[in-house]
Design a protein around this ligand. Sequence first.
Ligand SMILES: [Fe+2]
Ligand SMILES: [Fe+2]
Length: 375
Amino acid sequence: MATGRRENHRENVAGRANVEDTPELLAYYDELEGLDAGALWTVANKIEPWQPKSSSVPVLWRYEDLRKHVLRSVELVSPEKAGRRVIYLNNPGRREHAAAVGWLYSGLQVMHPGEVASAHAHSASALRFIMEGEGAYTIVDGHKLTLGANDFVLTPNGTWHEHGVAGDGTPCIWQDGLDIPLVNCLEANFYAVHPKMQQDVAHPVDDMSHAWGAPGLRPAGSEWSKGYSPLLKYEWGPTYEALQRYAKASAGSPYDGLLMNYVNPVTGGPVMQTIGASMQMLRPGEATRAHRHTGSSIYQVAKGSGHSIIDGKRFDWKERDIFCVPSWAWHEHANSSASEDACLFAFNDLPVMHSLGLYREEAFGDNEGRQPLSS
Ligand SMILES: [Fe+2]
Ligand SMILES: [Fe+2]
């Protein structure tokens, strides 16, 4: 705990810093501060916690609450002026970083038929998950991808990309997910607007899905060495079918139900270098056991209804609701329907945790893996 007039985080535990303040030490700390330096033992217990301490709080964003505000932004700003017409998810513990959880950003973007956002590129990796509407498309480095509800699309680090809705489409809303806070934390973010504002479509529409989208098959002679998946779009139909087929083959995990990761078909690894994504299915009545792990996740309910318990707090969700699980927070999920399955889309920073050797996972051992409710 901090004592006196300056920080001194003492712990009465062998091996931890525990130096009491004295007038002589306080004067010494003042002298160090004048040299832009400090005594580590005053802050060591704070900067080296025993376990991860997330400043993010678990939050559930109800779509029925947000949707009308998202649609209202269409009347208030144009995509030309706003750049992107997005309502972002602002975690109360992460406001200074505009993060939805941890080092991940998320927002809801709306576009009307005939609208086009200008092409741009950034160092942050991005994805979108389509929530409603028809006629949405994304163009990534000249590859045009048509998008429908529950489709998941990548706009990786450094690619030119733009979004729009066809003139004969309907108003479209999708969830954006980016690692902007992480890339800013690493002080490595660049942003560029395309010199022509719009890019040309240089390939047949949906060519990457046609070439790379068949499970277990790879185009002969294909070359792909970029750090992200060439399958830029993952459609809902085959994803849901894969989960249903997986359910015939496996009981799944007690902590995740039937969970399948979206992967780069070339490497089998995550879809992008810094962001991973998954779709998990909870069978009728299924309730998972609680676990926790390093890495932050943002979920969107793609199908069904149920609840999650996150660090002892219950969050009831239904289709299109979004919620976050901070790093090292206990979490368990339950499908409330006795007859319908529930599907949760999630994206996360797990590729960062794994590639930096920081991934750790723990099961909630007591009470048959179920957390007691704190509220
Ligand atoms: Fe972007
Ligand atoms: Fe988990």
